[in-house]
Design a protein around this ligand. Structure first.
Ligand code: SAH
Length: 240
């Protein structure tokens, strides 16, 4: 049976739509978590006082569900930290946003992160336009995060396995340092690698008890410190 184009289009509205509107995006390209992410930014971040536009933009863009085990994907935008294996956790979205906002992110900043974990905080920092150097002590997490960040296109993040206590002198000085594990004191090499005028955010305190999120600013030989809030992070470990 011969079918002319007009009757084919009548029989097949999808084909007609494709001709009129151009190609229909593949289902895989549609982000099923976009609405959950937008809600997270509004309810957990904006309503709690996060105002920095670069931070909000980054938190709106990074697909947090790709940084957790698929079994936790549905909980990725909840107001919670989540397990990432090896006894470690990805911080609650609000904590990631606070630590990003407080270092005043801007394109071209050079940032050192200690504690790559899943790579999520590093991706958020990269999404503000920063160049990110991130160190993770657990080899499997370092390898997993490096591969994930590469796959997701965060080409301005470099991950290395090692003890972050010593920082990354080859890339110092840094505009900002973000430490995502709780230390009993601020590692002196990190202070040395902070630029004059730079900022460091670090949870300080005893492991498994309440710690304080501290903001440290370096001005010449002077350091000013400010306690931001009580927090609970996994401990800063040392290589044996
Ligand atoms: N920023 C991470 C959260 C990581 S939790 C994220 O967005 O997913 C803290 C991480 O710090 C853990 O993965 C832990 O293994 C790592 N860590 C602890 N002590 C460290 C050290 N001395 N050097 C580098 N990484 C360390």
């Amino acid at each position: 049976m011969a079918v002319n184009l007009r009757s084919a289009l009548r029989l097949c509205p999808l084909l007609a739509a494709a001709i009129l509107l151009g190609p229909i995006p593949a289902v895989a390209e549609v982000d099923p978590f976009a609405a959950a992410r937008a809600r997270m930014v509004e309810i957990q971040l904006e309503r709690r006082g996060i105002t920095d536009p670069a931070t909000l933009r980054a938190m709106r863009s990074v697909p947090r569900h790709r940084f957790v085990d698929p079994a936790y994907a549905d909980a990725a935008y909840d107001d919670l930290p989540l397990p990432i294996g090896h006894g470690q956790t990805i911080s609650q979205p609000y904590m990631v946003a606070c630590m990003t906002e407080v270092i005043a992110p801007a394109p071209g900043r050079r940032i050192l992160e200690i504690g790559t974990g899943s790579g999520y905080q590093a991706a958020v920092l990269a999404a503000t336009g920063a160049e990110v150097y991130s160190i993770e002590i657990i080899p499997q997490l370092a390898a997993g995060a490096a591969e994930r960040l590469r796959r997701l296109g965060y080409g301005t993040v470099e991950v290395r396995q090692g003890d972050g206590y010593f920082g990354w002198p080859q890339h110092a000085p840094f505009d900002a340092i973000v430490v995502t594990a709780a230390a009993e004191f601020i590692p002196p090499p990190l202070l040395e690698q902070l630029k004059d005028g730079g900022r460091m955010v670090i949870p300080v305190g005893t492991p498994f008890f309440v710690q304080t999120l501290m903001l440290v600013e370096k001005r010449g030989e002077m350091l000013s410190t400010r306690s931001l809030m009580p927090v609970r992070f996994v401990p800063f470990r040392r290589s044996p």
